[in-house]
Ligand binder design. Structure first.
Ligand SMILES: Cc1cc2nc3c(=O)[nH]c(=O)nc-3n(C[C@H](O)[C@H](O)[C@H](O)COP(=O)(O)OP(=O)(O)OC[C@H]3O[C@@H](n4cnc5c(N)ncnc54)[C@H](O)[C@@H]3O)c2cc1C
Length: 445
């Protein structure tokens, strides 16, 4: 008697939220799946870290009430009630001074701009979504659009450093549609959410659902190469194990996939000249709160970092044993000297800079109980003009390889929400593709 041939699985590369969602959806559709994650834990950019013996996310994360894809997934996983919602506010640190930035009165008192500019800033901000409607913002440089509607002073003084923090010098070149979309997701006074079991609980629920549905997860082992074959693809792991795959869903940045692909697949991959933005961020455990603003950009304050996120303003301090948790961050390309610098040196310098920014709060040296630095070289690609037209499709040519990466999120903001929505779409295509291949086989038989 011959042994039955195991059906080829779909191999998912990467165990961040995109890969976990894709693996979960495939398992639910009774499709064999094998997820491979190179790091020693799942979660990708939402991965856990540790500070002062307390578990945290390495990079600040929050949920928005508008997260139309993530929230239903949390429902499915039985985690809907786990989100703690909290109104949050915004501050502004400019020229070494701190300002609340949440109301018309705050704006009127915002002295870094002259009164006439404050009024223009407020009026244009109220109208901005309407001003953008019907415009070809995908082919308009952000600088041209914002300079035009706000005037050169507001652009140079506030907007360029404020939004430029995300994309650095390239920000002016980014299509205005990106910012337009972002304004739809965020506002200064906003209700934000945080999962009470941390992001780890979401990851663990997904892992359990995949494994109990028969899916396989390999963690701590990298995919070393991907080669197309006549029945699908062969995925080789760094351990030497080779998986014959029905198809592949890659969630890693496209330049990384290119470096794993054989010649045939490489020829099919989208030829995008995209730079990726990375991030360096420090997490501080403080024995006291700062200003209580969730988010405060830092402009012209002699700091290397461009923003402060007071996480405990959203989560409460109980998670951290009554202490406050604060992230500071600088988005930059992976060629930035910060990526070569040691974590301890960055921690030392940024601690001094945080103290100088909040001299009235961080009065004594004991205020900073601990600091950790985390780096991520690939956070998201920097979109260029007309990117919407060039954005990669889910399927790579007519191969069995599918992409579910941050390069396909535009113009939405990259987030867990948009990754879940993308993974849902890509899995539908994987299933459609499998079904039409089966129909062809039946017709030919
Ligand atoms: C500082 C910061 C703040 C953020 N704030 C928020 C927020 O408030 N809210 C929000 O929703 N989102 C936020 N995000 C964005 C969010 O984290 C990302 O959009 C999302 O995590 C992307 O998920 P992903 O699965 O597509 O990619 P990733 O999380 O990058 O996952 C890709 C995975 O692939 C793995 N991998 C790479 N190479 C290989 C290989 N060869 N073999 C196997 N595996 C491999 C990586 O280890 C990684 O785990 C933030 C991100 C950052 C950096």
């Amino acid at each position: 008697m011959s042994t039955p041939v195991e059906p080829r699985p779909v191999v998912v590369i990467g165990g961040g939220i995109s890969g976990l969602t894709a693996a979960y959806r495939l398992t639910r559709a009774s499709i064999p799946v094998h997820l491979v994650e190179s790091a020693d834990q799942l979660g990708g950019l939402g991965m856990g870290g540790e500070i002062g013996g307390i578990e945290i996310e390495r990079f600040y994360h929050c949920v928005m009430p508008t997260d139309e894809h993530l929230l239903p997934l949390l429902d499915e996983l039985g985690l809907h009630d786990s989100i703690r919602w909290q109104p949050t506010t915004m501050g502004m640190n400019v020229d070494g001074r701190r300002f609340p930035f949440n109301s018309a009165v705050d704006l009127l008192r915002f002295t870094p701009l002259r009164l006439a500019h404050r009024i223009r800033f407020g009026a244009v901000s109220l109208l901005l979504r309407r001003l953008g409607r019907g415009k070809d913002l995908d082919n308009t440089r952000t600088e041209d659009w914002l300079r035009g509607v706000y005037g050169p002073t507001v652009w140079e003084r506030i907007l360029k450093p404020l939004f430029g923090a995300k994309f650095g010098d390239a920000f002016g070149e980014v299509p205005a549609r990106y910012l337009y979309q972002r304004l739809g997701r965020e506002s200064n006074v906003a209700t934000r959410g945080y999962p009470q079991g941390g992001y780890r609980e979401i990851v663990e629920r997904l892992r359990t659902a995949v494994e109990s549905g028969g899916g396989r997860i390999s963690c701590g082992v990298a995919v070393a190469d991907v080669a197309l074959d006549d029945d699908g693809a062969r995925v080789r792991l760094a351990t030497g194990e080779e998986i014959a795959a029905l198809s592949v869903v890659s969630t890693v940045p496209i330049p990384l996939l290119r470096s794993l692909a054989d010649e045939r697949l490489r020829a099919e991959l989208p030829r995008l000249r995209l730079d990726y933005q990375g991030v360096v961020n420090a997490v501080f455990l403080l024995d006291r709160p700062l200003d209580g603003h969730y988010w405060a950009p830092v402009i012209n304050c002699d700091t290397d970092f461009d923003g402060v996120v007071e996480m405990s303003a959203l989560t409460g301090t109980h998670r951290y044993g009554g202490r406050s948790l604060v992230y500071v961050m600088h988005y930059c390309g992976r060629n930035s000297p910060l990526f070569a610098e040691s974590e301890s040196e960055i921690a030392r310098r940024w601690t001094a800079q945080l103290r100088a920014l909040y001299p009235d709060r961080l009065t004594d040296t004991g205020a900073v109980e601990d600091v950790r630095v985390f780096k991520a070289p690939f956070v998201e690609p920097i979109p260029t003009l007309g990117y919407h037209e060039r954005m990669p499709a889910a399927r790579v040519g007519d191969t069995c390889v599918f992409l579910a990466t941050t390069a396909q999120i535009y113009p939405d903001v990259t987030s867990w929400n948009s990754s879940v929505g993308l993974a849902d779409r890509v899995v539908r295509e994987v299933i459609d593709n499998r079904d039409s291949a089966r129909r062809r086989t039946v017709v030919n038989a």
